[in-house]
Design a protein around this ligand. Structure first.
Ligand SMILES: *Cc1c(COP(=O)(O)O)cnc(C)c1O
Length: 459
């Protein structure tokens, strides 16, 4: 090992970013506007006001302000668990015997276990500041619900989390953790909402889905006084908050004295990837870098690599505004045996646009390969990675081996978005060899595409 270069670099409190970076401001070709599903006209702040907090609506619709100040309160919130380290993966490099340098940014040290707290904090803050008293949200695997439970515990807000029923049964400790922070967790579909009752009437034994949990959360938010709905990925304001990751990384890499040749991140709705790459992509768009950017998604939910670029709903009940994005269709449901997370049908609109315009590459991986990469990584680097994050590890290993083949000394950076402590059932399935790979066939994809709305913009 080369001991002249440190293994990990943290920033001092003074060096912590004071602004969020809005990548859209530096895009010449902006993402297409979000549309109102009834009028098919761009949504206004007033359209969104019954559902979302004012503070985030303003950020969602802002395509032009480059730097948005992080409120002092949020800077304090961040300081309770940030900065997160950028780690040089010496042991992984040695194990792979590669000339490449590998770095990763680890977001899993806070109690929620992932980067999601970076947006949960601000979303709780704006709700409190606007005089709201409660929030609703949905959670699948449970990371977002936990992050929001922490934020609402901190800001003294009530929170109802509609948790996909199968997950709440598979992950009882996630539920217990949210409840410990004061959240009310309702298995979805439930008989507490009209949309839940309707879904249950159609199929009393359903295990639920993210789309149906979203419908229940929105319904309750709209019906309850001083209550709004919060979302943990996909939307632009979430990517904005996550730009804290990329900005910290950039400062740390400057301290290491390196510039990344390749940046890799896993992609579900796109928030950790979008946050990590933001400042680096800004440089690329202005012609000042040749960095390659790679999104990694599961082969069982391949919205970038096999999806369509179209206006689609964010939820299965077709209640949200329409977003132009890479999508498998709001009706697409990945195979039930898929344990690797990243199950959302669509992708953030900024990342979708960058992908279509050729600035962002994407690839998909099957889950057994992803877990195999996770095990290789944890044995040498020590950290137990989240299955989601392990998609990025798989691609980083492949790129490092490519460097070995070609004798190239590239600098590879990847986002390690979270810890796998609540995913031991999935690790067990991998180790027992009961995990299998299910890749959707063309007919499965066609069924999903059929749910994409038939509107003039999609012709
Ligand atoms: C939620 C989650 C993801 C996927 O969401 P993105 O919005 O695509 O970042 C990835 N990794 C972890 C650990 C998560 O909890």
């Amino acid at each position: 090992m080369n001991n002249k270069i440190p293994t990990r670099i943290y920033l001092t409190e003074d060096e912590m970013p004071k602004f969020w970076y809005n990548l859209r401001a530096d895009m010449k070709n902006k993402p297409d506007p979000i549309l109102h599903p009834g009028t098919l006209k761009p949504v206004t702040a007033d359209d969104l006001a019954p559902v979302f907090c004012r503070g985030v609506i303003e950020q969602e619709l802002d395509d032009t302000t480059r730097l948005i100040p992080i409120p002092d309160d949020i800077q304090d919130f961040y300081r309770a668990y940030r900065p997160s380290a950028v780690i040089r993966a010496y042991y992984l490099e040695r194990m792979l015997d590669t000339p490449a340098e590998i770095y990763y940014k680890f977001e899993g040290t806070n109690t929620s276990g992932s980067h999601k707290l970076n947006s949960a904090g601000p979303q709780g803050y704006y709700a409190k500041k606007e005089g709201l008293t409660s929030l609703t949200t949905e959670t699948g695997a449970g990371q977002w619900g936990t992050a929001m439970a922490m934020s609402c515990g901190f800001y003294g807000l009530d929170l109802i989390v509609y948790m996909v029923k199968v997950s709440s049964e598979q992950k009882p400790y996630r539920k217990a953790l949210m409840e410990a922070y004061g959240a009310k967790v309702v298995a979805s579909p439930s008989n507490t909402t009209e949309s839940g009752k309707k879904i249950l009437a159609d199929d009393p034994n359903t295990g639920g889905s993210l789309g149906c949990a979203i419908s229940e959360a929105i319904e309750t938010a709209v019906k309850t006084d001083k209550c709004r709905y919060v979302l943990g990925s996909v939307l632009n304001h979430v990517l904005l908050h996550q730009s804290i990751i990329g900005q910290e990384t950039k400062i740390a890499l400057d301290k290491y004295g390196v510039k990344p040749d390749i940046i890799i991140g896993c992609a579900g709705g796109g928030s950790n990837l979008g946050g990590l790459i933001a400042p680096f992509m800004g440089e690329k768009l202005s012609g000042n870098s040749n960095t390659r950017f790679i999104a990694v998604e599961p082969a069982s939910c391949p919205s970038f690599t096999r999806g369509r670029f179209a206006y689609d709903f964010g939820d299965t009940a077709k209640t949200t505004p329409l977003i132009k994005m890479m999508t498998l269709g709001n009706g697409f449901i990945p195979s039930a045996n898929h344990a690797g997370g990243l199950r959302y049908h669509g992708m953030n609109s900024v990342l979708s646009k960058l992908y279509k315009d050729g600035y962002l590459e994407a690839r998909s991986e099957v889950q057994t390969d992803v877990f195999s990469a996770a095990i290789q990584f944890m044995k040498v680097e020590g950290i137990l990675p989240a299955p989601e994050s392990s998609h990025a590890i798989k691609a980083a290993i492949d790129e490092a081996l490519e460097c070995k083949k070609k004798g190239e000394k590239k600098v590879i950076l990847f986002g390690l978005s979270g810890t796998g402590f609540f995913d031991m059932t999935a690790y067990q399935a991998y180790n027992n060899k009961t995990m299998s790979d299910q890749i959707p066939g063309d007919a499965d994809l066609q069924r999903g595409f059929a749910s994409i709305p038939d509107i003039p913009m999609n012709k």
